[in-house]
Design a protein around this ligand. Structure first.
Ligand SMILES: Nc1ncnc2c1ncn2[C@@H]1O[C@H](COP(=O)(O)OP(=O)(O)OP(=O)(O)O)[C@@H](O)[C@H]1O
Ligand SMILES: [Mg+2]
Length: 362
């Protein structure tokens, strides 16, 4: 019997457990999504996917970005292959698997933190290439082949050996109580997705130190240039992204690149100003098409101060003010001079619309 059918049967026989979902509309929606992930072969359109991009877009997705933002102690580190990590697969399913791993990692770190407030919360996402010549006995036996490995490491509670045996069983959960109770579908879905990508799962864990989940996904060659994910659709439109928060800057940079823009990041107002001063010194007429400007930056050199210096050099510079706060006070001064507005955190549609609007202005 195909795994998918077996899983459907498991779900059928354990249907009574689903009464839990009634307690939370949001969770119910998530489960429906999970079930669809497993049972809708039509969604499984395989393309050449750059796994590095999947990692970056999952981190930038509003739900995940919010989960990270709510935990100021949580450090998120990425160590991605320098070149694209090509695999043949379905991006929504891979993203779903990664989201499930990230949620588990964050829950495990929350649980450990609840016991000992001094523990460090560190989440590491890594992509790497692996050529396996001899079978590796991991959680599963990893067969010889060329893989892209997606690794998620946390500093959470870790997994006790008897629990380890069951973690991929549908409806197995140790989070049976409290506000963050689980259903036990996260990891079965991960395994399902990995299997459908010709892959294997490995898990390592030390109790009270954390866990590492490694997904071995069959590597693919680079796609023909015409089939590559969209780049440069906007030609050489150049955006200067000014934000003093590294995470926000990286997300902006990633999203803008994904939209096909050329991006120059600036880590504060001084760096942005230097960019324009250098351009002026070289006689450049238009250093960038649009400047995306964070409002709240260092004391004495915030968004408005930066703006005022720059418009002295380039009075026609198009600007989008990006802020997590309401558009009043100092931001309003810039907006009144024709700048666009973008509320942070934002997704690709809002970002794209805000830039389009500025570019379309005379
Ligand atoms: N990173 C991790 N650290 C520690 N334990 C983990 C980790 N990931 C999974 N587990 C264990 O595996 C169990 C099953 O995980 P799974 O994602 O399938 O279900 P869940 O997280 O309990 O519920 P949900 O359906 O909401 O994902 C968890 O309840 C937990 O005991
Ligand atoms: Mg889970």
């Amino acid at each position: 019997m195909p795994d998918c059918e077996r899983l459907a049967q498991d779900i059928g026989s354990a249907r009574e457990k689903l009464h839990i979902v009634e307690q939370s509309g949001r969770q119910a929606a998530g489960i429906v999504k999970d079930l669809l992930t497993m049972s809708d072969p039509g969604m499984y359109e395989k393309k050449t996917v750059d796994l590095n991009r999947t990692v970056q877009s999952v981190l930038a997705a509003p739900d995940i970005a919010e989960m990270i933002r709510q935990r100021p102690d949580l450090r998120v580190e990425t160590a991605l292959l320098p070149s694209p990590a090509w695999i043949s697969g379905s991006e929504p399913h891979l993203a779903r698997a990664l989201v499930n791993l990230l949620c588990n990692a964050i829950h495990a770190m929350d649980a450990r933190k609840n016991r000992d407030a001094s523990t460090e919360m560190r989440l590491t996402l890594r992509t790497s290439a692996a050529k396996v010549d001899q079978p590796i006995v991991g959680y599963e036996v990893i067969q010889p082949g060329a893989y892209v490995v997606l690794e998620v490491t946390d500093t959470g509670t870790g997994i006790e050996p008897p629990v380890m045996e069951k973690i991929f069983d549908p409806f197995f959960t140790t989070r049976s109580r409290g506000a963050q109770h689980g259903i036990g579908l996260g990891l079965p879905i991960v395994r399902r997705v990995v299997k459908d990508h010709g892959g294997f799962v490995d898990v390592r864990s030390t109790v009270n130190q954390g866990a590492t989940f490694r997904l071995y996904l069959a590597a693919a060659g680079a796609p023909a240039v015409a089939d590559r994910p969209r780049t440069a659709v906007h030609g050489e439109t150049h955006i200067l992204a000014v934000d003093d928060e590294a995470g926000a800057r990286h997300v902006a940079e990633f999203l803008l690149q994904r939209l096909g823009f050329k991006v120059t990041p600036a880590k504060n107002g001084h760096e942005a100003l230097k960019f324009f001063e250098d351009a002026k010194a070289q006689g450049v007429e238009k250093p960038c098409d649009v400047m995306m400007l964070d409002m709240v930056m260092e004391e004495g050199f915030d968004g408005l101060t930066t703006f005022e210096h720059i418009v002295k050099l380039y009075p026609a510079q198009k600007v989008i003010v990006a802020s997590g706060y309401a558009p009043n006070g100092r931001a309003k001064v810039i907006l009144d001079r024709g700048a666009g507005w973008l509320e942070k955190p934002c997704g690709i549609p809002e970002l794209s619309a805000a830039i389009r609007k500025q570019l379309d202005k005379n």
